[in-house]
Design a protein around this ligand. Sequence first.
Ligand SMILES: Nc1nc2c(ncn2[C@@H]2O[C@H](COP(=O)(O)OP(=O)(O)O)[C@@H](O)[C@H]2O)c(=O)[nH]1
Ligand SMILES: [Mg+2]
Length: 193
Amino acid sequence: MALINVAAREIHCKIVYYGPGMCGKTTNLKYIHSQVPRDTKGDLLSIATETERTLFFDFLPLELGKVRGFLTRFHLYTVPGQVLYERTRVAVLNGADGVVFVADSQRQKMQENIDSLKELARNITKQNKNFRDFPIVLQYNKRDLPSETLVPISTLDKYLNGMNWQRFAAVATTGVGVFETLRAISKLVISKL
Ligand SMILES: Nc1nc2c(ncn2[C@@H]2O[C@H](COP(=O)(O)OP(=O)(O)O)[C@@H](O)[C@H]2O)c(=O)[nH]1
Ligand SMILES: [Mg+2]
């Protein structure tokens, strides 16, 4: 649930970037952080685990304006993607208002995408939330790689988007689709407030 700072008239929303290892979650966050004006964002911080790091920062998307008189601050988090770190993912997911599921479009990553999405569903459900109602946006990342190595969008839809979420093709390294994805999850989260 979102945190409300009544005195400062701010709503704080937590958005988590979830997905298998190396799909591009950190790249999304770094790109967003690099593009947000300095005076509206916090530092890019990390919680160190043994080999992978959870990154997070918060910012105030000024273009969103006020929601019923409150400014809305977003806190963006990545999770470590390696299978080993499920406990860290559970901790980071705790209290999330929305999730961006980043899928790696490469054929060889398809099973990892499917497994990670199943794990997400399980972990959301464990928080006593209804996965069907939970705000989620999909991102099909790495669309710049050679087409013969990629799963077609229609196939990604078939295996990952049975719930018909909004989904965006992306190249996180150059920022293609990154803000479209962020805008979609932001709007979805705000609409549920
Ligand atoms: N070609 C390509 N590489 C990407 C893209 N997004 C991320 N990568 C690369 O994939 C690797 C893993 O990215 P990272 O953001 O660390 O993945 P994470 O484990 O999900 O945080 C890095 O070498 C990135 O530069 C993309 O859209 N296209
Ligand atoms: Mg990462």
